[in-house]
Each structure stands twice: as C-alpha cells, then as structure tokens.
Design a protein around this ligand. Structure first.
Ligand code: FJE
Ligand code: FE
Length: 372
C-alpha cells in the first residue's frame, strides 16, 4: 500500500479546490405541487387560525403587548407547513468539487478551512466515493471527532488498539479521537459512498480517552410524516431522539422529502447550521424562502444566525430531495489544524507531532502497529 503517498496527504488539508457561489435570485418558474393535506384539513387549519388571530387582536386591543414572535408561535402551532415559520437565511452556498484524498480515493469537500469560522464546531465535511484498492490507510487523529455515515457499500476500520469493524449503508460510526487514534478506513465493496464529518472538541476534551459509538441502521430512529422522512443520527426531530452522546452538542439529521413536500426544522438559537444536499431533482432543493433559487446536489448550504430553524421545499415533480441538516453549538476557541491534528495553539500542534513521532501521550502503539 502506498503509505508514504498517503502520509504526504496528511499535511494540512491543502489541495482545496472549490468554489463559492454568491446568492442570486432565481428567475426560472417551478410549479408548486399540491400539498398532501386534504381540503377539509386545510379548512380546519384556516378556521383555527382565524380564531387565534381574532383572540390575539382582542388581547392587543385590550392593551396586552403581544410580540410578533408570540403571535408567530401561536400561528405555527396551528399548522405543520413551513409557510408559517420564519427561516434562517442562506448566507453561503458551496458546491463541493471532486478532489483526491487518502490513497486513490475521491472526495467532495463541502466544508474546509474557509467555512470553519462560520461553522464552528465543524471542521470538515467530505462526501466520499472509494473503490478498492483505494482507501484511507493507516493515519492518526487528535483533538476532534469523526462521524462516518455510510450511504452505499461498506467501510472497514481497524485501529491501533485492536478495535475493528465494518459499517454498511445506513450505519454510523461516531469516533471520538480525543488524545489519539491511529486507524485505517478501507472500502469493503465495489462501490462505497458516504459522508465523513469532523467535529471539533473543546480544549478540555481534546485529550480525553478515545471512544467509539457505533450505530447500526436499525439503531437510528426514523420518522415519517407528510412526505418527509427523517433519520435522527444525532439530536432530536419529529419527536424522536438519537441515542448518540454528543460531547460537542450536535444535531445530525438525514431528511428525504418526496416531490412537493416541505419541512421546517427548529435549530437551537446559538448554534451554527448547514445542510448538505445528497440528491435532488431538477435544479435542486429550495432553502429558507419558498421563492429562492434551487440549490443543486453536492452543495453545502450555510445558514445565518437566528432564533428560527430552517425551512426546505422539494419543488421537483418527480424526484426526491435528500439532504443532511447538521447544526452544532460553537466552541468559540482558536483552531490550529495540521492535517489530522486539531488543537488550540501551534505549540500544542508541535507537541502532537512529537507525540506521534515518538509514540507518546496516547500514541504509544504508533511505532508497532500496522493495519492488516
Ligand atoms: C485524513 C487526508 C485524508 N476524508 N472521508 C488527510 F484523506 C484523511 C481521511 C479522510 C477520510 C476518511 C473517510 Cl473513511 C472518509 C475522508 C478524509 O482519512 F484524515 C487526512 N488528514
Ligand atoms: Fe480517519
């Protein structure tokens, strides 16, 4: 295996080959499909809304000071459509171009250094596609977590402490590298695809003992409503909760919207949030506002701050829209990254390189271990 070649690519994630689109208004017309709600239900919703509005008006005229927010909350309680919600705005779109990584693997890097400030605590998002003999042979990590979500095929991982396993389509490995992991991540089948997300750890957790949370697809709670399916990998959605423990508070949801479906997902106020579009119909997915321009598959959609969640529409008439919605509580600390090591200061990076080189402070097995 071309270990040396791979080691070179462990240098600061360098060959970042991407482009950023500025937002532009869309002029193309896309037909809005009828919602699934029945006419009767719509009528009922309208009536409820009418009475609520009347009640608010009465209260207001009686001198009660109802904020806009309060009124909106009452409105949103009466309906499950996203038209009634205000969404966070889209502040950046990044189309993730293909680039080579590891040993012959190809990734689309959606998040890299340029988004780290906007998207604290997230460091990297790769959509990978890898076929044997390519892969991600023996390499270290320190100071953050990697989340691997397999979409097709399987990935076998082996680490320097004897931990080994294969995750297949729908399975998740939530790895806390902490003070140090050395592992290999290699494809199992002909075609192997998925996402790998890197989540930073706060300074007081960077040197914790490594840990794994492995979830089979059957451990990942799933809900379905009005043409929307959600798989809750981390956090909570549609009343169901993931069993994953997130040291850095994180939400990771996999949404599939049938043609014509729409959602509004709440996101905690202070958290940073983005979506990554996995598949879409003509033009893409519509985010934030119903009349904004569709965003194509393989794009990162960065949401601005706000106490609201995000609204999404699938305006395609035939294809489903699949995207992950990821949000996390910002750590707010300096980030110094040297490839697979992410610390707070250059001195800590220098120490990490030394630890890795001499096999110290968590990298004890570095000198002896090789993957099979
Ligand atoms: C890495 C280069 C790399 N994206 N997606 C440099 F390729 C890697 C690395 C991965 C990776 C692994 C999987 Cl299974 C999926 C990935 C990059 O292993 F960590 C550094 N530093
Ligand atoms: Fe890795």
């Amino acid at each position: 295996m071309a270990h040396n070649q791979f080691k070179d690519s462990l240098d600061p994630l360098s060959s970042i080959n991407r482009h950023t689109e500025s937002q532009h208004q869309n002029t193309s017309k896309i037909r809005l499909l009828p919602r699934k709600a029945t006419k009767k239900k719509k009528r009922e919703e309208k009536t409820t809304l009418k009475y609520m509005r009347a009640a608010i008006n009465r209260a207001n005229s009686l001198g009660g000071l109802f904020s806009f927010r309060f009124i909106r909350n009452i409105k949103s309680m009466s309906s499950s459509t996203s038209q009634d919600f205000v969404s966070r705005p889209v502040i950046k779109k990044v189309f993730a171009k293909l680039q080579k990584e590891g040993d012959g693997a190809v990734v689309r890097r959606g998040i890299s250094r340029s988004e780290q400030k906007l998207l604290d605590p997230f460091l990297m998002l790769d959509e990978f596609s890898v076929s044997p003999p390519a892969g991600f042979p023996d390499h270290p990590h320190r100071g953050f977590e990697t989340v691997t979500y397999v979409l097709e095929g399987g990935i076998t991982h082996q680490d320097f402490k004897g931990h080994k396993g294969t995750i297949y389509a729908g399975d998740v490995q939530w790895m806390t590298a902490g003070r140090g992991i050395i592992h290999s991540e290699m494809p199992e089948e002909e075609v192997n695809k998925g996402l790998q997300l890197w989540i930073n750890l706060s300074s007081n957790e960077k040197m914790i003992e490594p840990n794994y949370q492995e979830l089979s697809h059957s451990d990942i709670p799933k809900a379905e409503q009005n043409g929307v399916e959600v798989k809750v990998i981390a956090g909570e959605s549609m009343g169901i909760q993931s069993p994953v423990y997130t040291r850095t508070p994180t939400m990771f949801l996999d949404f599939t919207l049938q043609p014509g479906a729409q959602i509004h997902q709440n996101v905690p106020e202070s958290w940073n949030a983005f979506a990554y579009i996995l598949e879409s119909g003509e033009g893409g997915g519509v985010f934030s506002s119903s009349n904004s321009s569709p965003i194509p598959a393989h794009s990162v959609v960065v949401f601005g701050p706000g106490n609201d969640g995000v609204s999404v529409w699938n305006k395609s008439s035939s294809k489903q829209l699949r995207f992950v919605l990821i949000a996390g509580e910002p750590i707010g600390e300096p980030v110094v990254q040297y490839g697979p090591f992410v610390m707070n200061t250059q001195a800590e990076i220098d120490m990490t390189i030394e630890d890795y080189h001499y096999g110290k402070n968590g990298f004890e097995m570095a000198k002896y271990w090789r993957s099979q």
